[in-house]
Design a protein around this ligand. Structure first.
Ligand code: UDP
Length: 322
């Protein structure tokens, strides 16, 4: 297959590029590098891999045929999308429209990376795909949540009006190597704090829950979703739920860090609970997450240790230059 991945230099996008290349496909990665990094894809350059630095909200052109488009471009951490509210709204709306237009022109199957944020601060728990959500459209998180909700609506319109084959993956909290250490999400925040001996910053009283999925499991789920004929949204995530405080304690145990826990204000509209109902994915994709939190965190820790060592070396080199 020839596949285009928008946001291919980001955390999940780069893992998808790598996996598809490994399976023998030809991959074009499109990214404006706003939150993605060339370092995530540098090792992939070769015959079957092309990188295009482009903003998907502008007119997009890819020469030759395309069999599939995976639309992953978007700031995805709360810190990033609060810093980039307009770009986040644009990539979810205009970017999705452009990517869909390209899919239609090429006769390519289209997969949207949607999110558990479409459920907002959910009143139904765990969240099944049939739940319409509880989103504050005018709150600060609305820029991401509504952009993704609009994107889902746009994808369904292209399917209904143009007959485009589409898939919608509602992705729940995913972690692993290549998350930016400073992206503000709880996994890189706690891991880098624990590795540097700094206090773990728990927002609110830490009783809010999340369910963390290792990136390789998610990539398996995405590829399975591409291979079945199912149009509506499908939750992809790990249903192993815990409080943020429990997560902090797990990180302290796994790293052996003595970092104390400090409490910081809870961000506005931070969902109080989140756990995917993955019965649909189990049934139609015959998929379920395999990698336990401890194993996933061990692999991610290795990556962050390397990143912190590289940062320290770069600082050392800068000081000796001065
Ligand atoms: N969080 C935290 N400390 C941090 C970063 C995040 O306690 O340093 C909390 C955050 O308030 C939320 C949960 O951890 O309740 C997950 O946050 P994240 O930013 O990873 O993603 P979200 O699930 O909110 O999209």
């Amino acid at each position: 297959m020839r596949v285009l991945i928008t946001g291919g230099a980001g955390f999940i996008g780069s893992h998808l590029c790598e996996r598809l290349l490994g399976l023998g496909h030809e991959v074009t990665c499109m990214d404006n590098l706003l939150t993605g990094k060339l370092a995530n894809i540098e090792h992939l350059f070769g015959d079957r891999f092309t990188f295009v630095k482009q903003d998907v909200t502008e007119y997009v052109h890819v020469s030759g045929n395309l069999d599939a488009i995976l639309h992953f471009a978007s700031p995805a951490s709360p810190v990033d999308y609060l810093k980039l509210p307009i770009q986040t709204l644009k990539v979810g709306s205009l970017g999705t429209h452009k990517a869909l237009g390209l899919a239609r022109a090429k006769g390519a199957i289209f997969l949207l990376a949607s999110t558990s944020e479409v459920y907002g601060d959910p009143l139904i728990h765990p969240q099944p795909e049939s739940y319409w959500g509880n989103v504050n459209p005018v709150g600060p998180r609305g820029v991401y949540d509504e952009a993704k909700r609009f994107a889902e609506a746009m994808v369904m319109a292209y399917h209904r009006f143009h007959g485009l084959p589409v898939r919608i993956a509602r992705i729940f909290n995913t972690y692993g190597p290549r998350m930016r250490i400073d992206d503000g999400r709880v996994v890189p925040a706690f891991l880098s704090q624990a590795l540097s001996g700094e206090p773990l910053t728990v927002f609110g009283d830490g009783s809010q829950t999340r369910s963390f999925c290792y990136v390789d499991d998610l990539v398996d789920g995405i590829l399975q979703l591409m291979s079945v004929d199912h149009t509506g949204p499908v939750n992809l995530g790990n249903d192993c739920e815990m409080t943020v405080l429990q997560f902090g304690e797990t990180i302290r145990r796994l790293t052996g860090a003595r970092s104390p826990i400090v409490f910081k204000p809870l961000p506005v509209d931070d969902p109080r609970v989140r756990q995917p109902d993955i019965r649909l994915a189990r049934e139609i994709l015959e998929w379920s997450p395999k990698i336990a939190l401890e194993e996933g965190i061990r692999r991610t820790l290795e990556y962050f240790r390397g990143q912190l060592a590289a940062q320290a070396a770069a600082r050392g080199a800068a000081i000796s230059r001065d």
